[in-house]
Design a protein around this ligand. Structure first.
Ligand SMILES: CC(C)(COP(=O)(O)OP(=O)(O)OC[C@H]1O[C@@H](n2cnc3c(N)ncnc32)[C@H](O)[C@@H]1OP(=O)(O)O)[C@@H](O)C(=O)NCCC(=O)NCCS
Length: 167
């Protein structure tokens, strides 16, 4: 892990920094199924507003800038609540320096410590090579691929991987 990256629980004051990381990724529409014209308020609700969700930020240890964010929560309520789901976004200009990997380790450690038994990603875009490689390197496998489930802005209809690992 890059020693200049500090991963911690998000606070309300982190929202502007989280939004700076999220907005370009959601507008690009290449990796998430949120509407590309999602408003800031809607994004705040989906990213930070779910009861029981843990929201993390990866901050630059030198200046405190939010470089990336992740959240994890039960994939289903009730009898399915021992399996976590998680989402990750790294600011495009902070990519490739280990922020995603640091967030991945923090999410896996946090979920395991909270008693989750496994983690599942429901919709990993199959053309998202960086994410797929990162999740595989963190122990996830592709259980199945839902064909033509994602309308990519440049590739057209592509599959969505369901990725899973035990904790
Ligand atoms: C996917 C994402 C979280 C990765 O974050 P990151 O900070 O760039 O990733 P890291 O620097 O930690 O790199 C992690 C791994 O990605 C892989 N990777 C990096 N660049 C890559 C590239 N150009 N092509 C393929 N794999 C690549 C490598 O396996 C790398 O591992 P390494 O540590 O051995 O080099 C980030 O690119 C992102 O937020 N993308 C947009 C949103 C998204 O796709 N979220 C995940 C949805 S499932």
């Amino acid at each position: 892990m890059d020693h200049r990256i500090h991963v911690r629980r998000a606070t309300d004051e982190d929202w502007p920094g989280i939004w700076q990381a999220l907005e370009p990724v959601l507008r690009a529409g290449e990796t998430y199924t949120y509407p590309r014209d999602i408003t800031e308020d809607e994004a705040r609700t989906v990213w930070t507003g779910t009861p029981g969700a843990r929201v993390l930020v990866a901050a630059d240890a030198a200046d405190g800038r939010v470089l990336g964010t992740a959240k994890y929560l039960p994939n289903h309520p009730g009898a399915g609540a021992h399996v976590a789901n998680a989402s990750f976004v790294v600011a495009p200009d902070a990519g490739g320096r280990g922020v995603g990997r640091a967030l991945g380790h923090a999410v896996l450690d946090g979920a395991r410590a909270e008693g989750y038994r496994a983690m599942v990603f429901n919709a990993v875009v199959e053309t998202n090579d960086r994410a797929v490689a990162l999740w595989r390197s963190l122990g996830f496998t592709v259980l199945a691929t839902v064909p033509e489930a994602f309308d990519h802005p440049t590739h057209g209809l592509v599959g969505l991987h369901i990725m899973h690992r035990t904790l």
